[in-house]
Design a protein around this ligand. Structure first.
Ligand SMILES: *Cc1c(COP(=O)(O)O)cnc(C)c1O
Ligand SMILES: [Zn+2]
Length: 360
């Protein structure tokens, strides 16, 4: 397995501690893909082992918590939600975090650090604990208390950083540099996307070998979107689903750039998990949205709040950030009524208890 720079093509050994190329380019990961594409017996994302990086069995058995294999539930006649809040740390980030932890264990990492708006760090903290790796976490000081408490419960050391999300990114980079620890970034490390790609492999199997007509994907740093795009590429689909990227209108830098609107001043939003003003993979995300002919939907704060309540009243209790996805679907079909007949799947990314206390 090697890393390759997405800009200058330089190859790095995968045990590098560099999180990007010297030229500034981000890494892709390359490994020998299995020719056997059958699913295994595992009732977890390890069913799709044949399309995942080759980690030793003993390590997978020791570190996995049965992540993946989340249910699809009806939210309407043609639309389903994928229950990513059933995950071990209560968000889809476990798909990527288990890959990162396995990789760190494989190359002998003893200590790592990560920055996130909450769920990414929570997942990495839990899976690092599984792998016996010490973990320092950098999150914005305004992160939901519940998320911080969960991170601390896993034994990680939390650094609360004042200022916008970007300040946590700067702080972790300085820390990594100073202490020589591994940067277990869900944003930069390409192994994370190998995990998030299983989201789509599962949907395809759950839908009897088909994909829905429409895939709604929330986008902050684009870790799920990148995984889905990778999966679409590997599945070699002739007519891919309509990709609908969801952002909060209070912080929608990708939607603005995609639709060629001028710069805006972004503010905080109830959807803290997708409030990323300067996504590191901005250019990659925009080019893959163009490649797949996708569209953006932006949802405002009252739409997010209303969507949250609507889903909770149907027994689906998710965190506020995740409600943006349902709000995005509602808006999409309001503005394009013909799409109502199409099958759609949206992720229910994180559990409601994570943002309990921030609803009213
Ligand atoms: C991480 C996350 C997202 C998607 O964010 P990306 O940064 O694009 O991966 C959406 N919802 C929740 C709850 C999340 O934790
Ligand atoms: Zn490079």
């Amino acid at each position: 397995m090697v890393y390759r720079c997405s800009i200058c093509n330089t190859v790095y050994p995968s045990d590098t501690y560099a999180y990007r190329c010297e030229c500034g380019g981000l890494f892709d990961v390359e490994y020998e893909h299995s020719t056997d594409l059958s699913v295994s017996e595992s009732w977890s994302l390890w069913r799709y082992r044949s399309v995942l990086p080759p980690f030793p069995d003993e390590l997978v058995d020791a570190i996995s918590m049965g992540e993946g294999a989340t249910p699809l539930m009806a939210l309407g006649a043609t639309v389903k939600g994928k229950g990513e809040y059933y995950m071990p740390t209560l968000s889809f980030k476990d798909r990527g975090a288990v890959m990162l932890a396995l990789h760190m264990a494989s190359i002998g990492v003893k200590r790592c650090a990560i920055d996130s708006s909450g769920n990414g760090a929570t997942a990495v903290a839990a899976y690092s604990a599984r792998a016996g790796i010490a973990c320092d976490v950098f999150v914005p000081a305004h992160t939901s208390e519940k998320k911080v408490a969960q991170i601390e419960a896993y034994g990680a050391k939390v650094h609360l950083i004042e200022g916008p999300r970007e300040a946590s990114g700067a702080a972790v980079k300085a820390f990594v540099e100073e202490h020589g620890v591994y940067y277990a970034s869900h944003i930069y490390n390409p192994l994370f996307f190998e995990g998030t790609k299983t989201y789509l492999f599962e949907i395809r199997e759950q839908m009897g070998g088909n994909l829905p007509d429409i895939l709604l994907i929330p986008v902050g740093n684009g870790t799920l979107l990148t995984g889905v795009a990778l999966a679409l590429g590997e599945m070699a689909i002739s007519s891919p689903p309509l990709l609908v990227a969801v952002q909060a209108s209070a912080c929608a830098p990708l939607a603005a750039a995609f639709n060629e609107r001028g710069a805006s001043h972004w503010t905080t939003t109830l959807a803290e998990g997708i409030a990323i003003a300067e996504p590191a993979r901005m250019h990659l995300l925009l080019s893959l949205m163009r490649e797949f002919n996708g569209i953006f939907v932006e949802v405002n704060e009252s739409e997010i709040r209303q969507a949250h309540e609507e889903l909770a009243h149907r027994g689906v209790f998710i965190e506020l950030t995740s409600a943006a996805n349902w709000a995005g679907y509602v808006k999409l079909i309001r503005e394009n009524p013909q799409l109502k007949e199409k099958t759609a799947v949206l992720p229910l990314c994180g559990a409601g208890l994570k943002s309990l206390g921030s609803f009213s």
